[in-house]
Design a protein around this ligand. Structure first.
Ligand SMILES: NC(=O)c1ccc[n+]([C@@H]2O[C@H](COP(=O)([O-])OP(=O)(O)OC[C@H]3O[C@@H](n4cnc5c(N)ncnc54)[C@H](O)[C@@H]3O)[C@@H](O)[C@H]2O)c1
Length: 282
């Protein structure tokens, strides 16, 4: 049981003070917010991304953290690049206690049109990249007596997201990969869990939300009545990473504002319809 300290009250409660944490895709909006919350909780954070410019921007946005954060350029599709990043983290701060597998990409394509090389390219980042990082950083966790992995999937790993190439398939694979890791690494003290976001406005999804009509329609559909933020996702990640979740493994938290529970409210029936009510006040 950990206790709070005046310096790091949140970190004390979560037990994340001075933990060595690695976030892939940390140059993106969700990864950057996870990094910010982990630093606030007193953790040491290695920011991995293949985009060095984005990494520099995120690092610059973290205040007074020269001994708490470092940028490590890394391409998760290259085992050599991931191993080099892991060696750098180990040399600076010791073995990794937390891995947040988050780096991913997305492109639009109908299933019947997907070219095999594009399918394989996406899976190389979104699924095989998660495996490589789990293996490389998982070895460090085993060596230090345990750790936690949190993999960012998506609600599209549970319900099909059409016209998105291999994206849904990759996220479904991430969920099963996490469950396998939970079972195979449990005895070595490593937990593995998934956070599945839904609709968040980030650089990845900007193309969707820059159309105000689409944004409004989405806000009307989700029970929470708003689009999600990176902070919503980061909070769930920190909980699963923390000592507060020490008996939780192989699980998934959907951070979706209730969206995946709302299907029946979209089925037309006589009488009240949520979208009619929303339209009348718009
Ligand atoms: N934005 C959404 O609406 C949404 C919804 C559900 C799930 N997600 C998931 O959340 C996670 C973060 O998404 P985001 O919206 O912040 O995306 P983003 O595009 O803003 O960030 C992704 C980051 O990953 C990096 N990256 C891509 N390929 C890489 C590689 N091979 N090696 C290293 N880094 C690489 C990119 O450079 C980028 O900085 C992803 O796993 C995504 O699938 C996002």
């Amino acid at each position: 049981m950990t206790s709070s300290t005046p310096e790091q009250p949140l970190g004390g409660w979560l037990g994340l003070n001075d933990r060595t944490c690695v976030i892939t895709g940390a140059g993106g909006d969700i990864g950057a917010e996870i990094a910010r919350q982990l630093v606030d909780a007193g953790a040491r954070v290695a920011l991995l991304d293949r985009n060095e410019e984005r990494l520099a921007t995120v690092l610059a946005g973290l205040q007074d953290t020269s001994d708490k954060a470092m940028a490590v350029p890394c391409d998760v599709t290259s085992a050599a690049s991931v191993q080099a990043a892991a060696d750098k983290v180990q040399a600076a701060w010791g073995g990794t206690a937390l891995l947040v597998n988050n780096a991913a990409s997305l492109y639009a394509d109908a299933v019947m049109d997907i070219a095999l090389d594009k399918w394989n390219q996406l899976l190389a980042v979104n699924l095989s990249g998660y495996l490589t990082c789990a293996q490389v950083f998982g070895r460090q966790m085993i060596a230090r007596g345990g750790g936690a992995m949190v993999h960012i999937a998506s609600i599209s790993g549970s319900v099909p997201q059409p016209y998105s190439g291999a994206y849904s398939v990759s996220k479904a694979g991430v969920k099963m990969l996490s469950q396998l890791l939970a079972v195979e690494l449990g005895e070595q003290g490593v937990r593995s869990n998934v956070v599945s976001p839904a609709m968040i406005r980030t650089q990845m999804s900007e193309v969707i939300y820059k159309d105000p009509a689409v944004r409004l329609r989405r806000e009307q559909i989700v029970p929470a009545g708003r689009i999600s933020t990176p902070a919503d996702i980061a909070s769930a990640v920190l909980f699963l990473a923390s000592d507060r979740a020490s008996y939780i493994s192989g699980q998934e938290i959907l951070v979706d504002g209730g969206l995946t529970q709302a299907w029946l409210s979209l089925i037309p029936r006589p009488g009240f319809q949520k979208e009619d009510a929303a339209a009348s006040v718009a």
